[in-house]
Design a protein around this ligand. Structure first.
Ligand code: AVJ
Length: 311
């Protein structure tokens, strides 16, 4: 039987055996990682959350109007804490819409469902627990739907993966359905880099939690004090990357993978891409699907954008 644990173990074995070591950012979000990400969202330096909040708070009514108010299924991928989403949802006619947050974390679904019931008691909220890549196939329904994918979560994918992902979404959409996408825009290094290497070191903890998670779940013996967080940003291509750097020559043993992994002093494990966008990049990604960019909203500093695509 292939369990979550064996999938994680296989990924770790593959990533740490490569010449260029890597681990996927998908594995950041265990209980501790989720708590650390909530802390990141509240950091001064992590501007993304504030910018998208501003857009949804100031222009939520317009965005809701652009989406339309016929009977509508609102599906949110990777729902998070719901605070931003609430600013949009409050503008819909509750008689006519359902809201379905989808998240891999069961606790996240329980929490957001409870909070939405408290904030917007008239809204019909039905949470779904699952990996949203796998849930895509279940989206088929007769009502018009809008898929929310906020927070620049798309940015964790390479452009090819993003194209594939939006293509898959496109396939389960009917004509008239739409996607509301939240994306971080390309801007200068002095703004982006601190968001990924904050002064309190929360992002460092978030990144290193991946090694702690391997220790907890796979019986690894990482000494995390011997590794450090590193963030880079290339303004020209608009990509921030996170790495874990080994501070010394060392060997780590992981029980579950039955492997031992050697690290040279200064060697990097690549753990995350956080892509920043402009309209050209977005067009290149959606080219080939018949998704149409219909509306664009930005915050007053033009740091972030929310885009509506329709099929
Ligand atoms: C949740 C993927 C949007 O890349 O900005 C925050 C995750 N990583 N700090 C991002 C993250 C480091 C975040 N996303």
């Amino acid at each position: 039987m292939i369990t979550e644990k064996t999938l994680f173990a296989q990924h770790v074995e593959k990533g740490l055996s490569s010449t260029q070591k890597f681990l996927s950012s998908m594995y950041f979000y265990d209980k501790k990682g989720e708590a650390l990400f909530r802390e990141i969202m509240n950091l001064e330096e992590y501007y993304l959350t504030d910018c998208e909040m501003e857009i949804l708070r100031v222009q939520g009514n317009e965005i809701a109007k652009a989406i339309g108010d016929e009977p509508l299924d609102i599906i949110e991928l990777g729902a998070g804490d719901g605070i931003k989403t609430k600013e949009l949802l409050k503008h819909f006619d509750f008689e006519n819409v359902t809201y379905s947050p989808i998240d891999i974390s069961e606790q996240a679904i329980i929490d957001i469902t409870a909070k939405m019931k408290e904030w917007l008691p008239q809204l019909n909220t039905k949470g779904i627990c699952g990996d949203y890549f796998k849930m895509i196939g279940d989206f088929k329904s007769d009502r018009k739907k809008v898929i929310l994918f906020l927070g620049s979560n798309l940015g964790n994918m390479t452009d090819d993966q993003a194209r594939g992902f939006l293509g898959q979404l496109h396939q389960v959409m009917n004509t008239g359905d739409s996607i509301l996408l939240g994306l971080d825009l390309i801007k200068s290094e002095d703004i982006v880099l601190p968001a990924y290497s904050d002064s309190k070191g929360v992002t460092a903890q978030f990144n290193l939690n991946l090694l702690e998670r391997i220790n907890r779940e796979l019986g690894g013996d990482f000494d995390t004090s011997q590794f450090e967080h590193l963030a880079t940003y290339n303004e020209k291509e608009g990509i921030a990357k996170s790495f874990i750097r080994s501070k010394t020559d060392q060997t780590v043993i992981i029980k579950e993978t039955e492997g031992s992994y050697s690290f040279k002093k200064g060697e990097l494990i690549h753990t995350e891409v956080s892509r920043k966008y402009d309209l050209d990049i977005i067009r290149k990604i959606i080219d080939g699907t018949s998704l149409q960019l219909k509306y664009q909203f930005t915050d007053h500093r033009q740091y972030f954008t929310n885009l509506i695509f329709t099929k």
